[in-house]
Design a protein around this ligand. Structure first.
Ligand SMILES: [Ca+2]
Ligand SMILES: [Ca+2]
Length: 388
């Protein structure tokens, strides 16, 4: 297709679109930060004083704040000289079908590792305060005070804030254990240890436009024709699905003929969200391109991802017109571990199999932070059933 173009107007158009895209990205980031401010808290409750040799219960209480909680990962510790844990029973905080993913009690080390979440097929969440679980303990021997602590590795996953740990405050418990002959000891006040809420950082990697060297061979007589792409050398294929972890997609084209009679052989790479063609951005430009050379352009995938389908376009110009080709790329939903295009029970299987393991399937570490935990699960839960 041949068209006359006015370079000045094109430049203004590009600048305006760039500004619009920049403002839009900024606004999206602010929204994420506002969401992450929502906080949940956990605390333990038990009688302040218990009798040595007798069993008692410790309730794990959760206030979701403004979150919609889908799972908890709790790391607790206690002094095994004074306390012994016989078991943990599930509470009513989480609704629907709840998976008890881990229930490990070590009465020698004094540690408890307890993980529960709502099964992804059960589309509920907890929005009201409640008892997540009850720890069944026995006081071993008298002591003025002993504590049950909630470790900093504890996490809360939220449906409305996937990918973030929304646990802000975790309060352990201090109890006194009296000897069977009742002698009352003063009760200690529980200590509150707030944990800070980590904020994920998104890094942007600007792509550079390499400039190839010019070599011009003037032709004495010439007829200008439309540029022609080498369609066999366009990558990636149309509609290719990329992992949710993809931060940039490398595209490549080759022009078999610019159809030019002079120096005007320009190649441009553009991209835009498929649902919003008004957001066209020029990503790479080769001012004096050569024929039959592979030209590459890294398309930056914006974060957070409000769009998952993008169109990229290569335009070859000569002195009188241009030819363009368009291809689509898709970015999978977080939680689509097997890259099938859909988040389903197969992905849950992959995730479940790797959960909390040192040697895990990389696909299960959905946020790529080196561990497979309930924060990864929040993505899987959030996107369960979605298909791109
Ligand atoms: Ca899948
Ligand atoms: Ca992870």
């Amino acid at each position: 297709m041949l068209k006359k173009r006015i370079p000045g107007l094109v430049g203004v158009f590009v600048l305006l679109l760039g500004a619009v895209a920049g403002i839009s990205l900024l606004r999206n980031r602010q929204e994420i930060r506002e969401k992450a401010a929502a906080s949940a808290s956990i605390w333990l409750s038990a009688p302040p004083s218990v009798v040595a040799g007798e069993p008692f219960d410790i309730n794990i209480e959760v206030d979701p704040g403004s979150n919609l909680v889908v799972g908890l990962e709790l790391e607790m510790s206690f002094d095994p000289r004074y306390l012994s844990i016989s078991g943990i029973s599930l509470g009513t905080f989480l609704p629907g079908q709840v998976d008890i993913v881990r229930n490990e009690i070590d009465n020698n080390a004094g540690t408890i590792s307890y993980v529960i979440w709502i099964n992804p097929t059960s589309r509920g969440y907890a929005s009201a305060r409640g008892t997540a679980a009850t720890i069944h303990a026995t006081a071993v021997s008298p002591v003025a005070s002993t504590s049950v602590d909630i470790g900093p590795g504890s996490l809360i996953a939220s449906y409305d804030d996937p990918g973030n740990n929304v646990l802000q405050t975790a309060s352990g418990l201090v109890i006194s254990i009296v000897s069977p002959t009742p002698t009352l000891l003063p009760t200690a006040t529980p200590t509150v240890t707030p944990t800070s809420l980590p904020t994920p950082t998104y890094t942007t990697t600007p792509t550079l436009t390499p400039t190839p060297t010019i070599s011009l061979t003037p032709t004495p007589t010439c007829q200008v024709s439309a540029p022609v792409f080498n369609t066999a050398k366009i990558t990636p294929d149309d509609n290719t699905l990329f992992s949710s972890k993809t931060s940039s997609v490398q595209t490549s084209v080759s022009v078999s003929s610019f159809g030019s009679c002079g120096a005007s052989k320009r190649l441009e790479f553009w991209m835009y969200p498929q649902d919003d063609p008004s957001m066209q951005l020029k990503v790479c430009e080769y001012m004096s391109a050569l024929e039959n050379v592979d030209y590459e352009c890294d398309l930056f995938i914006p974060r957070p991802l409000n769009q998952r389908k993008f169109v990229w376009k290569a335009i070859a110009y000569n002195e009188s017109g241009s030819t363009s080709i368009e291809r689509s790329i898709r970015i999978a939903y977080e939680g689509d571990c097997d890259l099938s295009g859909r988040v389903d029970i197969v992905d849950y299987g992959i995730f479940f199999d790797s959960f909390a393991k040192v040697d895990f399937d990389e696909r299960a570490d959905i946020n790529s932070d080196g561990v497979v935990n309930v924060v990864d699960y929040s993505y899987l839960f959030y996107n369960f059933g979605k298909a791109i």
